[in-house]
Design a protein around this ligand. Sequence first.
Ligand code: B12
Ligand code: SF4
Ligand code: SF4
Length: 238
Amino acid sequence: MSGPFDVVERLDALLEPQGLMRRGVVRFQPGEAAPALEGGQNAQAVVLIGVTGGAMWSAFTAWRDRQVDGGGSDPLDRWSEVVLDPIAADLGAHAFYPSRAPYQPFQSWAMQAEGLRASPLGLLIHPAFGLWLSFRGALAFAEWHADDVDASGSRSQGRHPCDDCAEKPCLSACPAGAVMPDRFDVTGCRIHLATIAGQSGCTDGGCLARDACPIGVAYRYPQAQVRFHMQALTLPGH
Ligand code: B12
Ligand code: SF4
Ligand code: SF4
């Protein structure tokens, strides 16, 4: 029978070849809103599975190139399930996915798990990875005994990076004025992305506001990965 540390070590070993990384753990107290598992039981904990930099991109594109249909209409979502469903089964967990409705509160979970906070772009910002952190899934466990495991290895204990950013270049970089100190205007962003200037600008090259942030630039996604995500934003239903 495997102990809690075995679960964490095994998870890391299974994620590493896929370029994915274990992020924080949310431990639910009795009475707290926790995701329901099969059989009606609530999860005791979820372990977030994340992406930074380009490590995941090569694993994903190698898989996509082998698919006769190119991975379908949402290849990254499908790849995430192909990778994480067997890992969940191996560990006796249930996998949740960020883009599968009903949406699970991934950002709220990350705020709790890693102490992250929102940037003016609405994206959570990490002190080391900056805005280059996203989630491919979360593994929910009916029982969790590994509270003393440093789940992320990088829990943010310090100040919010945006509080120490005097210049705040993200606020002036957006050609659509969509990034404001207290609000991100999703509609304004998407209207700009649909224009010719937006297509050849942000859609092709990446979000100028995200690129203006000085935190975590070493973890910027490779250009093909950036373009993939930006193009997905302009598709109907995304
Ligand atoms: C719907 C959705 C979108 C929509 C609408 C987004 C919006 N701004 O309203 C569209 C398609 C436009 C979109 C775009 C993008 N998204 Co999006 N999106 C989602 C999705 C699938 C659901 C969001 C949701 O409704 N959740 C339900 C609520 C209940 O969950 P929640 O976590 O509790 O939500 C809280 C937080 O969002 C928080 N919050 C949000 N903004 C702010 C701002 C402040 C100041 C504060 C304090 C809190 C706060 O308040 C909510 C209530 O508690 C999530 C995945 C997910 N399941 O969360 C990704 C997600 C939020 N998106 C993500 C990303 C990366 C993007 C893009 C950058 C994609 C890209 N091009 O690479 C763009 C950028 C848009 C932007 N700047 O906001 C990441 C964010 C990672 C991060 N570092 O935070 C997520 C988590 C997906 C992932 N796979 O990791 N997205
Ligand atoms: S540019 Fe400054 S204010 Fe904007 S997201 Fe980055 S750290 Fe935060
Ligand atoms: S993608 Fe372009 S329009 Fe949208 S927020 Fe970023 S800089 Fe602004």
